[in-house]
Design a protein around this ligand. Sequence first.
Ligand code: SF4
Ligand code: FES
Length: 263
Amino acid sequence: MTATYAEPAEPASQIDLGDQGGAGELETLTVTVQVRRYLPEFQEDAYWDTWQLEMYPTDRVLDALHKIKWEHDGTLSFRRSCAHGVCGSDAMRINGRNRLACKTLLKDLDHTKPITVEPIKGLPCEKDLIVDMEPFFQSYREIMPFLVSNDNQEPTRERIQSAAERERFDDTTKCILCAACTSSCPIFWTDGQYFGPAAIVNAHRFIFDSRDDAGDMRLEILNDKEGVWRCRTTFNCTEACPRGIQVTKAIAEVKQAILARSF
Ligand code: SF4
Ligand code: FES
């Protein structure tokens, strides 16, 4: 996901409401947004930039960032694509907590104080709110995030699975690879080698899939000193996940599966 800017849908604060037939005027609010800037081609150190914006309470933090970029400072850089919580490209630290900018409404934040926006932690910052996601995706690739079948024959029909078998890994199918969990994990901050919660969640998704035949291989990969045993059950990942996935529970289930196999 490399897109940093394209002409997207207008935020609510830029839509000309015209005659909406009795909806009345929407009240705006003044918000102060502080963004952690990093422009390595001009300045070695990161610094804070501040803007005061007139926004609607129903605008999202992403709308505020768009307003800054389009109306105040075109050099501000951040990733986003879908703007609706699906693509996972706009995870950032908002008021010190990992969230998706497109899912965070201004009315849900305390706008009597500045709203702070920073890049997620633990991954190298490339520019402003854009981090290098390669270490994150490297861990993801290592757990083999695809269905593996020992049946070498080309299937002639779909692989049948009961509703209960599908339910077993339903929660971990919801991951959008936003990295909010992994970049909220203190073990990942201090040890960049740790697989991190997102990779384990995606391993879980296949380990507990009755159609998959590589569960033992994935468990062996995660039964590593940089694997599941680094998790200290701090629950930061579960709190950070914008999809509501029980991340810590999934990690615990993978640990139990490894112990049950006794490698
Ligand atoms: S588990 Fe949740 S927080 Fe982690 S990458 Fe997936 S969607 Fe994002
Ligand atoms: S822009 Fe796609 S999840 Fe926020």
